[in-house]
Design a protein around this ligand. Structure first.
Ligand SMILES: [Zn+2]
Length: 290
């Protein structure tokens, strides 16, 4: 009898460990780093690669642009697919819009709507979107009206690019909402990051903002989650490593950084999807879907 009791205790205990403890050790991304001196372009024969011209303009365009007090948003970086969310019933299902005047990149809105649908399946369903894309003029007015504690000066906000949105809960403040908790744990799966976390105020220079979501895309959001990096740290990491390979939920990617001082030709493997984004500072990041 005693033995049965013990076995029961053991199996229940193991069950609890499996359900509650193991997932917390689960990796968000399997990251392989290389020696910075490795030249990977030489590894591929020229027959398998195509040449791609990179222009200086590209430093200022893409989903990985760093915008902060030191690095202003550049008009070249404004997403080309900005839409009025209230006009798009399909993309705004499952959450509330604060007013009819909220704009966002259509691509980012689509990812956000996928994220909201995923949260809903887990019982988190009271999302509200209060702000999206703001043009430079709107940002200037906001800054003048509400001050530095609330808004960044014109051209220094991610909202000026169409890559960021402010998310709330219809139930309570984001400092205590289930929506905020869910975002913290899961937004990375949909390419989003919490841009101003509580423990990185010294790096971002911005107080904790549990509502401000920034789109960077996969696999970047997964690497940042895995390493607990904010965008400033992630871009510095890529600058240092030059290249990393990463596996996220079964998908493999290579991420490579190229400093740009003048126009540059890079070699890209043929027949693979890739994306190029500037960092808004000194180079571009190429992401290849392997
Ligand atoms: Zn914001």
């Amino acid at each position: 009898m005693k033995k049965w009791g013990f076995l029961l205790f053991l199996s229940v205990g193991l069950g609890i460990a499996f359900v509650f403890i193991i997932p917390s050790f689960q990796k968000h991304a399997e990251i392989q780093e290389y020696h910075p001196n490795d030249t990977w372009e030489d590894e591929e024969s020229s027959e398998d690669t195509q040449q791609k011209e990179i222009t200086e303009d590209q430093i200022k365009q893409g989903d990985l642009l760093l915008v902060n007090s030191e690095h202003p948003a550049d008009e070249r970086g404004i997403k080309s697919d900005i839409i009025n969310l209230s006009m798009d019933k399909e993309l705004t299902q499952g959450y509330v819009l604060l007013d009819y005047d909220i704009y966002l990149s259509e691509d980012v809105a689509r990812r956000f709507s996928e994220m909201v649908a995923a949260a809903q399946k887990e019982g988190v369903s009271h999302f509200l979107v209060s702000s999206g894309f703001r043009d430079f003029e709107e940002q200037r007015e906001l800054y003048e009206e509400r001050g530095a504690a609330y808004a960044l000066p014109a051209g220094h906000s991610e909202h000026n690019l169409g890559l960021a949105l402010d998310v709330g809960s219809t139930q309570t403040s984001m400092y205590e909402a289930a929506e905020a908790e869910w975002i913290k744990e899961n937004a990375w799966k949909h390419g989003f990051i919490l841009r101003y976390p509580q423990d990185k105020v010294d790096i971002t220079g911005i107080e904790y903002e549990p509502w401000h979501l920034r789109y960077v895309g996969l696999p970047h959001s997964a690497i940042m989650k895995e390493k607990n990096f904010v965008l400033e740290e992630y871009l510095e990491y890529l600058r240092e490593k030059k290249r990393v390979s990463v596996e996220v939920e079964g998908e493999k990617y290579t991420v490579a950084y190229y400093p740009i001082s003048e126009n540059l030709t890079i070699h890209i493997p043929k027949n693979r999807e890739y994306e190029i984004s500037g960092n808004n500072v000194d180079g571009v990041i190429m992401t290849i879907h392997e």
